[in-house]
Design a protein around this ligand. Sequence first.
Ligand code: CAA
Length: 379
Amino acid sequence: MDFALDDELTLLQDTSRRFADEEIIPVAAEYDRSGEFPRSVIKKAWDLGLVSTCVPEEYGGVNLSVLGACVVSEEIARGCSGFATSMMCNDLALSPILVGGNEAQKEEWLGLCAKEFKLGSFCLSEPGAGSDVAGLQLHAVKEGDDYILNGTKAWITNGGEADFYTVFATLDRASRHKGICAFVVPRDADGLEPGKKEDKLGQRASDTRVIHFDGVRVPSSQRLGEEGEGFRIAMQTLDRTRPSIGSVAIGIAERALQECLGYARERQAFGAPIAEFQAVQFMLADMAKDIEASRLLTLQCSWMIDQGIPASKQSSMAKCFSTDAAMKATVDAVQIFGGNGYTREYPVEKLMRDAKLMQIYEGTNQIQRVVIARELLSR
Ligand code: CAA
């Protein structure tokens, strides 16, 4: 068992770390305040090969492993998880094409994202179907060789910024998961309209929207896989991408720990730095041990996926454990900073707001526990 990153991944980690330090940390608070989308910064990350990382070499991409994507995500999220979410969303949007696309679709969409700076969105959730994917309502009706899509998607990352959307729709609502199809829809398709931008608690640099589909015509050449395979494509995508969510959470928790170590050494109480008090030390120690455990779980899981070993349970464990750990670490970070921590003058309140989303998106942590328990009980 070798826990060291190889030379290539170490270089990638250094590049991502430098990018976070130089390009993200100096502007993160401003983007958090304004809620603007940091397009120019994300373009710079794409120039460095840090966006659309899952595209294989044969389509001109950097062909990063799932483990490599985790290394990048952690470092970027240490800078700002809103940026990390926006960047990683491209891999989330492209993964259904990797998982279920044919050669022509891969050439077209994966090739496009390797060649040009393009953003994608993964359109699964709906106003009435977040956790219950099989209950989604966006309707696809076959008309000749096309499908006509009608309905609404919700909480769509990169929603107003994307050049293309991977969209899950149902041919027959009563068939639940068996009726779902996946499509790639370009932004300029008639009837596709991004709606209201959400005014979020955290990760405010990421663009989250409702997307309306009003009679959107999609040729069957843009359907991924066979009719009815959409649910499987969505689940296999999430199995691949959930480890990176764990890594984003680790980046947030690591940043909280670094901020706390600096502050606890400086801040005086009862005539001594607060770092000398066990009450503070225990919180620091818990953060550090939870970060280590999260990292081990996440890297092991991504390694399994890269080896082709089924890892639904581990993916859910990594996502759930790491994001719960980040939530606890950031709440404790605000506690260590005391009154200062509750103000925008200091970075920890942002980390706490950002961490909350991690327990919700790409499947709530309650859904992750459902996946884990089902696998345990089905043995
Ligand atoms: N891989 C392959 N097949 C799978 C699978 C997997 N991981 N999981 C389930 N399946 C198969 C099952 O074997 C079953 O197959 P059969 O038809 O042969 O029986 C079928 O799919 C249906 O499975 P279930 O009975 O388990 O389905 P379910 O309706 O009970 O739901 C669920 C399962 C795990 C709860 C699922 O609905 C789920 O993951 N929900 C969470 C959704 C989610 O994560 N949303 C995130 C949106 S994306 C986002 O947030 C991103 C963003 O923008 C930042």
